[in-house]
Design a protein around this ligand. Sequence first.
Ligand SMILES: Nc1ncnc2c1ncn2[C@@H]1O[C@H](COP(=O)(O)OP(=O)(O)O)[C@@H](O)[C@H]1O
Ligand SMILES: [Mg+2]
Length: 270
Amino acid sequence: MGDTVQASVPVIEFVGVSKAFGENSVYENMNLTVRPGETLTIIGGSGQGKSVCLKMMIGLLRVDAGVVRVAGEDVAGLDGEGLRRVRRRVAYVFQGGALFDSMNVLDNIGYALREHTAMDDIAIRERALACLDLVAMPSDMLDAMPANLSGGQRKRVALARSIAIEPEVILYDEPTTGLDPRNITRIGDMIKKLQKELRVTSVVVTHDMPTARKVSDRVAMLYQRSFPFIGTVEQIWHSELAEVRDFVHGTLRRTSGTGATIVTEAPHGA
Ligand SMILES: Nc1ncnc2c1ncn2[C@@H]1O[C@H](COP(=O)(O)OP(=O)(O)O)[C@@H](O)[C@H]1O
Ligand SMILES: [Mg+2]
C-alpha cells in the first residue's frame, strides 16, 4: 500500500493546536513534532495536559483548532474507520495499564489481534508468546489471570498487549508510576529494547527523571500550554533556563512541596 514512512516525514505533528475544556485552556497554539524512530519524552507538571496530548494523537480527544497529523493523516478529518486505521498503527499504553480482569494473559494480549486482524487462534498464540518474550516474561504466564500478577508483571502484560498488533508508534502514559525501583528499571529497559528491536517510534509521558534520561532521544517540556523547551536529553538536563532547570532538577520539590529534595541523576540499576 506504499505507506512506508519516509525518514524526513514526521510520524506525529501538531501544528497550531489549541484545546480547552470549557474555561480550562490546556493547549494554545501548540506545536510538536515526533520524528520517525525516535523516543520523545514529554515531561511537565501534574494536570497540565500530558495525557490530553497523547489522546489527541489518536483522536480520543478532538482539538479545537490546529492540525494533528499522524503518519500523514489529518486525525480531525478521520471517520470511525480512519481512526481505527490510525489506532492499528499507534498503540496507546494507558496510564495504569489496565488489563481485562476476566481474561487470562493470552486473551488480553490477543484482544487487539482479534479486533484488527484475521489471525487464527494458533497464530495469535504464537504472537502472544513472542510478545511475552519481548517483555521478558515466561511462556507459562499465558494462562495466568491478571489478579494473580504483580503490579510490574501487569504493566509488562499491558505492554505486550500493546505491541501485539506490531504498531509503528507506541504511546506510553506514565508507564512506571506506582512501580518499585526494580520494575521501573525494567520498564525503562523494555522501552529501549522495543525501540531497538521493533524500530518503533515512541512517545513517553513520565514523571520519572531517571527513566526520561534513559529512554529519550529528545525531551519536550510542557510549559504554559505549549512545548517551548525541546531538546536532546543532554540539552534539557544541562539547560541554563530557569524554568527547565527548576523542573528537571526539582520535580519532586514541585510536586510534593517539601522544599529541598533534588532528584538524583544517577539511574543506578536498582
Ligand atoms: N475529558 C476531559 N474533560 C474535561 N477536562 C479534562 C478532560 N481530560 C483532561 N481534562 C483536564 O485537562 C487538564 C490536563 O489533564 P491531563 O492531560 O490529564 O493532565 P496530565 O498532565 O496530568 O496528564 C486537566 O485540567 C484536566 O482536568
Ligand atoms: Mg496524565
